[in-house]
Design a protein around this ligand. Structure first.
Ligand code: C6P
Length: 405
């Protein structure tokens, strides 16, 4: 499909909404993306025509639902180039996937083992590891970043040693937009025998990671950032690690055999999928991946880079405006403040003009502490945004500045 922006926008019913009498300008895509009609139709079709529990019934509806759910798993496997479909575990989202891995490692890590996170993580990729350290006595170390919001790899190298067991890093920072050099981070961690978990919550709507090429051990993401529904995501784990980790939750689906004396567990992926999953969500995630691939990630990246470049240039023309996250490799996120004005006030005024941005610490307080700021205004662009919408943002920010100065 060629990149026809108007045709793409027509796929998203919400984009024709008015907010406070103004056309909606949705620039909070890093929080969650909007959903195309194709994904909405997929959800309606599931509940209208073949809603049933999966892996359980011999009846036709159950088989249809099971086939569609497993087909979605295979689609996701192909999209990310995982070696096996069973290495794709359906989760409730990124946060769930990270907690699942952290819970597993609470039975593996020992006192004095070291784990490494980066300075630009979302709280989801900090708090579970702190809890893990409390339980096991492992030590948490942090890869620092520089003023541009770029990780200092030479410092990372100094942290790595034989005691390092795990490294956690986001592929893309939600607050800064920085794309981290994860291939290099993984390669260096593997040299000391450490496994790496990549938080892909902010990457997969912009770029298409190749799990086998990256040689990543764990990769987590959420469907809702990729035009799919909320409440579903995936945890990729290499087969050998999946076999090593204990189950996360006990219940139906994750067992091989149960007696009152002993339970044996199912193999991958079911071992980590206790209970009735978000069946419709998994199937709709597959539809969202089809939708994105139909547009093509090359075209998505090209358009988003144009939006990023234009928004950066135009916003920097505003006196007193500072952008956080100025590294050379970024996705289409612009986090900024205007001297002397609280980000919340800017967010409130631009909303009155129909523009949705996020304000605050973006669940990444250590980044805000690093810059000694309470938060930022974050405009995050998707492939369906336009240059005219960037203009609307810039004009609204100028207006907010006038009112608040
Ligand atoms: N960031 C944002 O506005 P969940 O909520 O589980 O789908 O994703 C959590 C998460 C984990 N890691 C990163 C890098 C993220 O950006 C997010 C979600 C949203 O930035 C909501 S806080």
């Amino acid at each position: 499909m060629s990149f026809n922006l108007q045709k793409i926008r027509n796929d998203f019913p919400i984009l024709s909404r008015k907010i406070n009498g103004y056309p909606l300008v949705y620039l909070d895509n890093a929080a969650t993306s909007q959903k195309p009609q194709q994904v909405i139709d997929c959800i309606v079709d599931y509940y209208s025509n073949y809603n049933a529990n999966i892996h359980r019934g011999v009846h036709t509806l159950s088989q249809e639902a099971t086939d569609a759910y497993e087909a979605a798993r295979q689609k996701i496997q192909t999209h990310f180039n995982a070696k096996e479909a069973f290495e794709i575990i359906f989760t409730a989202g990124t946060t769930h996937g990270i907690n699942l891995v952290a819970s597993g490692f609470s039975e593996i890590l020992k006192k004095g083992d070291e784990i490494i996170v980066s300075a630009m993580e979302h709280h989801s990729n900090i708090v579970p590891w702190q809890m893990l350290c409390e339980k096991t006595g492992a030590i948490l170390k942090v890869i620092p970043m520089n003023e541009e919001g770029v990780l200092i790899i030479s410092e990372y190298e100094k942290l790595l040693n034989i005691k390092t067991k795990l490294v956690f890093v986001n592929h893309v920072s939600n607050a800064l937009g920085t794309i981290n050099p994860i291939a290099e981070i993984i390669e260096k961690a593997h040299r000391v025998g450490a496994a790496v978990l990549v938080d892909g919550a902010q990457s997969c709507s912009h770029i298409k990671p190749d799990f086998q090429k990256l040689d990543v051990d764990f990769y987590v993401t959420s469907a809702h950032k990729m035009c799919g529904p909320t409440g579903v995501g995936i945890l990729y784990m290499k087969e050998e690690l999946g076999n090593k980790l204990p189950p996360y939750q006990g219940g139906g689906e994750m067992i091989a055999e149960v007696t009152f004396e002993k339970t044996t567990y199912a193999g991958l992926p079911h071992k980590f999928e206790a209970g009735t999953p978000n069946i419709c969500g998994g199937i709709a995630f597959g539809a969202a991946i089809d939708y994105l691939n139909n547009i093509g990630f090359e075209a998505i990246e090209k358009h988003e880079n144009e939006l990023l470049k234009y928004a950066t240039e135009k916003l920097l023309e505003i006196d007193g405006l500072k952008i956080y996250g100025t590294g050379p490799n970024k996705t289409s996120v612009v986090s900024f403040n205007i001297e002397g004005i609280h980000p919340y006030d800017i967010g409130t005024i631009v909303d009155k003009l129909g523009i949705a941005v996020r304000t605050g610490h973006h669940c990444a307080q250590p980044i805000m502490d690093f810059y000694k700021i309470p938060g930022t205004v974050r405009a995050s662009f998707a492939f369906y945004n336009t240059l005219e919408e960037v203009d609307a943002l810039v004009n609204a920010v100028k207006k907010a500045k006038m009112m608040l100065s």
